[in-house]
Design a protein around this ligand. Structure first.
Ligand SMILES: [Zn+2]
Length: 105
């Protein structure tokens, strides 16, 4: 009798960045406010995150006669955080919004 040894539950988190398949869309992440902050539930990281943002903005581009442009003013119309990935362990599904320790104003 031979047992089935193909257990797919053994997934080691290796950071070789080759498999980036996501079965579900990441939920829109809430930005931390004055009383909250992000925390990685995987490793406890509180300070370092890679944030993927999508912004829509209107900018005033000022070209000089040589064709060089300078953005003089920019107004952000909308902004959304698409993904927050922990800088330490690389997880993007474990970052949560928690209260700051000294969140009392
Ligand atoms: Zn982490």
């Amino acid at each position: 009798m031979l047992g089935t040894t193909g257990d797919a539950s053994l997934r080691s988190k290796q950071s070789n960045g080759e498999s980036d398949r996501r079965e579900e869309l990441p939920m829109p992440t809430t930005r931390p406010d004055a009383t909250t902050r992000w925390r990685c539930g995987g490793c406890g990281n509180l300070t370092r995150f890679d944030v993927t943002r999508q912004t829509k903005s209107t900018e005033f581009w000022h070209f000089d006669l040589a064709g060089q442009s300078t953005v003089e003013t920019a107004e952000t119309l909308s902004e959304s955080v698409l993904e927050v990935r922990c800088r330490w362990c690389g997880r993007d599904d474990a970052v949560q919004v928690v209260a700051r320790p000294d969140g009392s104003p």
